[in-house]
Each structure stands twice: as C-alpha cells, then as structure tokens.
Design a protein around this ligand. Structure first.
Ligand code: R5P
Length: 287
C-alpha cells in the first residue's frame, strides 16, 4: 500500500500516512515555466495498491489536473489498483441541469477521474449522494457526522436542537440529532441566484434551545450566518455551526466573525489558509 498526494492538502495526506505508519510516496508536483504541470512519480509503484489523496478544492482546476495527471502517471507505471481519495469533491454543486444549456460538471469530473485510470473513489459527504451513480467504479461516500458528533458530545451542551439550513441537508441533520440526542429543526432557504441565499421560514421550536446548524459546505457563509441570525430571533439561547467542507470563499471569514455564531466546527477536508484562521473556528481531522 502506498500513499501519494498532490498539492491541494498535503497536511491531510501526511496525517493519514502518519496514522498508517508509512511515508508519502516520492513524487514531484511542480509547474513548467508556462504554467503546465510537471508531475512525476519518483519511486517504483509496479503492482502496488495506491491511494492518491487530493481533494479537488481551490484552486479547483489546478487540483483536478494534478489528480488526473498523477493517476495517469501511476497507471502508466503499472500500479495494480489506484484509489482516488477526494475528501472534498469540487464541482459537486453542479450535479444537474437547473436550466437549459447548462453542463453537469460533477458528471464530467467523474468521467475524467475514471478515464484517467482510477479504480475506486473515496470521498466524504458528497454534496449530492447521487454523484456516486455518476461513476461506474466503486465509490465510498464517508460521512463526517460521526467525527462532528463526538466533538459536540464532549462539549456537554444542554437542550440542543440540530438545525439544517436547507431542505437538502435534513438527512445529515437528523443523523447528527440522533447521535447526540437532540431535537431537529429545518430552515426553509431559497437561492434566487448563485451565492445569494434568502431565508423564508424556520420549521421547529428554538426557544431557549442551543442551536447547532450543520451544513455540508460553508462557502461564502451567507447561508449559515443568515440562518444563525434567524435562529436567535426565534429565541435560541446560543448558536453553534458545523460543516464538513470549509470552502470559505470571498466574505466568509468576515461574515463568520461578525455573526452570532459562538463556534464554527469544521473538518480538514479542505486546508485553512493562514488568513482564514479565526478564533471562532475549531478544525477536526478526518485523517
Ligand atoms: C448548498 O446547497 C450547500 O449545502 C451549502 O448550503 C452552500 O454551498 C453554502 O453556500 P454559502 O456559504 O455561500 O451560502
């Protein structure tokens, strides 16, 4: 068994390797002068069972190309099995045509990963579980909820209500609620245009509750911070938030810092940039 990684989350790859007590395989992942990738595997992988750890997070297009080229190099070097470990699957939110003449980019990614030579995909909390069906190779879609639930249990919070910030996340919120013995509420969110969210209603009782919002992704943090403000208005005595994938683009950190949310618990499927470190954020490892 050998682990390789590109540049998108070397720290996570190292944590996984440490956990397994092995070192990361020798490979160069660099760029030529013109920006084309210069990738090479610097040790024998003939007959080996290979795991390439490479979430396709920002810069997404570079991360994707690194993954594809690395798989191609490993295949051509006679690896016996290649598992693409993509804890955050970029482009997952483009998994269907919501209007005419749009691409289904999540399916295109599946085609590219398979065609490059992957034999299996391991991902975490795919934005839409149906993305598993875009692949004709086995897909493991691992949940982050058990890791988040363990952390929340240790905090000994009382009278908890787990809240899904939209209808699509209800199953995840229900799973967390059942693991920590909490009630459930749902926010009715609309998205008039990409990266803009509007909150319509909250279904469930929040008065005097400790609310824990759970989402798969925090991107611009519009959804989670607006939902948190509404939960406060509905009488929640404290609001926490957690998510699997901290995309954290644009105004996210400013919004989270200025929000009523007391603590934001995220995982390391996507690494935090130095400027994204904020006192309210706790990072849990999925390694
Ligand atoms: C959308 O369906 C996802 O589950 C997240 O709610 C969304 O990606 C969060 O985006 P933002 O943080 O930009 O509101």
């Amino acid at each position: 068994l050998k682990i390789f990684c590109g540049n998108s989350n070397r720290k996570l790859a190292q944590e996984i390797a440490d956990y397994l007590g092995i070192s990361i395989g020798e490979a160069r992942v660099k760029c030529f002068q013109d920006g084309e990738l210069n990738i090479g595997i610097d040790e024998s992988v003939r007959g080996a069972d290979i795991f390439v750890v490479q979430p396709t997070c920002a810069p997404a297009n570079d991360s994707i190309m690194e993954l594809l080229i690395m798989i191609d190099a490993l295949k051509r070097a006679s690896a016996s099995r290649i598992t693409a470990v993509v804890p955050y699957y970029g482009y997952a939110r483009q998994e269907r045509k919501s209007r005419g003449r749009e691409p289904i980019t999540a399916k295109l990614m599946a085609n590219l990963i398979t065609k490059a030579g992957a034999d299996r995909l391991v991902s975490m909390d795919l934005h839409a579980p149906a993305i598993q069906g875009f692949f004709d190779i086995p897909v493991d879609n691992l949940p982050c909820v058990p890791i988040l639930a363990e952390y929340i249990k240790e905090k000994d919070l009382e009278n908890i209500c787990v809240v899904s910030p939209d209808i699509g996340g209800v199953a995840r919120a229900r799973e967390l609620a059942s693991r920590i013995g909490a009630t459930l509420a749902i926010v009715d969110k609309r998205r008039p245009e990409p990266n803009v969210s509007e909150i319509m209603h909250v279904i469930g009782e929040l008065r005097d509750k400790t609310a824990i919002l759970i989402d798969d992704i925090i991107d611009t943090a519009g959804t989670i911070t607006q939902a948190a403000a509404v939960l406060k208005e509905k009488g929640a005595k404290g609001v926490y938030a957690c998510c699997s994938h901290p995309v954290l683009s644009g105004p996210a950190i400013e919004r989270l810092e200025g929000s009523v949310i007391e603590e934001i618990v995220i995982t390391n499927t996507i690494p935090l940039a130095a400027e994204e470190k904020c006192g309210k954020i706790t990072v849990l490892s999925v390694a």
